[in-house]
Design a protein around this ligand. Structure first.
Ligand code: BEZ
Ligand code: FE
Length: 281
């Protein structure tokens, strides 16, 4: 069939009609849906020429901000809810399993390996909190040898990697390995809510939309054990002002953890939480 020249009406069919016989089927599927939705979007909002230029400039500047230390495109995906949607599509878990949430840009691969019970706080700032619980499978059996990789912001709302030379390297992060009882425990600080980096294009977008850049206070956990699906999650501090308006849509009710005030203990707070992993297929 001859598609003919490009018109406003036949725009999608004309573009999709260019694919050749050697096209990769999955790329065709993804790009076809993208073109369909992109054209529908331009038609729905009656995209003006100047707005197209602003959009191109926005994406260009977003890319220019990306480098080894910063990934503005992921931040854009996070703030548009795309990261959490892709995470949800790819991590549908049975009832009882701990839910995933957004990974974020502040994990490091070489966090200090610490002894169970150690403190991850190295600058002495913040209110101390005992984090403890178990890593279990869906039947409630403890998982031995699970890697519990944790990281949080400082009392000032910054990760160590955001403040090299100000915070000690490895501050408020560490890797622990569970023993036979599947238990983990360590001292950290009660985290604080903090703004995502908002001095770039994403920050400008949020300002235009009258959205704040804050994330509710949370402790990050990456829990991995051989034979189990990797769990990328946080525990959130209940009662945080931003729980219902997380800038990156990462909050889930099941991840809001108890943070109990302790009197006369070794730490000022205690946050118990068990992680339940699902077997890998
Ligand atoms: C974080 O929780 O560390 C984070 C997640 C998404 C964007 C920015 C920060
Ligand atoms: Fe975070």
């Amino acid at each position: 069939m001859t598609i003919g020249f490009f018109t406003e009406e036949n725009s999608v069919e004309t573009v999709l009609g260019r694919n050749g016989p050697g096209a990769n089927p999955r790329v065709v599927e993804v790009v076809s849906a993208l073109v369909k939705h992109l054209h529908a979007f331009a038609k729905e909002v009656h995209l003006m020429q100047e707005e197209w230029e602003i959009g191109i400039d926005f994406l260009t500047r977003t890319g220019q901000l990306c480098g080894p230390e910063r990934q503005e495109f992921i931040l854009l995906s996070d703030t548009l809810g795309l990261s959490m949607l892709v995470d949800a599509i790819n991590n549908r878990r049975p009832k009882g399993a701990t839910e995933n949430t957004v990974f974020g840009p502040f994990h490091v691969d070489d966090a200090p390996r610490r002894k169970m019970g150690d403190s991850i706080n190295m600058d002495g700032k913040g209110e101390t909190c005992l984090y403890e619980g178990r890593v279990l499978d869906l039947d409630g059996t403890p998982i031995a040898g699970a890697k519990v990789d944790v990281w949080s912001d400082s009392a000032d709302g910054f990760y160590d990697v955001q403040q090299p030379g100000i915070q000690p390297k490895g501050n408020n992060r560490g890797v622990f390995i569970t023993g036979d009882d599947g238990r983990y425990w360590f001292t950290g600080i009660k985290p604080t809510s903090y703004p995502i980096p908002d001095d770039g294009t994403v920050g400008k977008m949020l300002a235009q939309l009258d959205r704040h850049p804050y994330r509710p206070a949370h402790m990050h956990f990456l829990v991995a054990a051989p034979g189990y699906q990797k769990l990328v999650t946080h525990t959130f501090v209940g009662g945080d002002t931003y729980l219902e308006s997380d800038a990156v849509f990462g909050t889930k009710a099941s991840l809001v953890a108890p943070f109990d005030k302790v009197t006369g203990g070794a730490t000022e707070w205690r946050s118990p939480f068990d992680f339940v992993l699902v077997k890998a297929e």
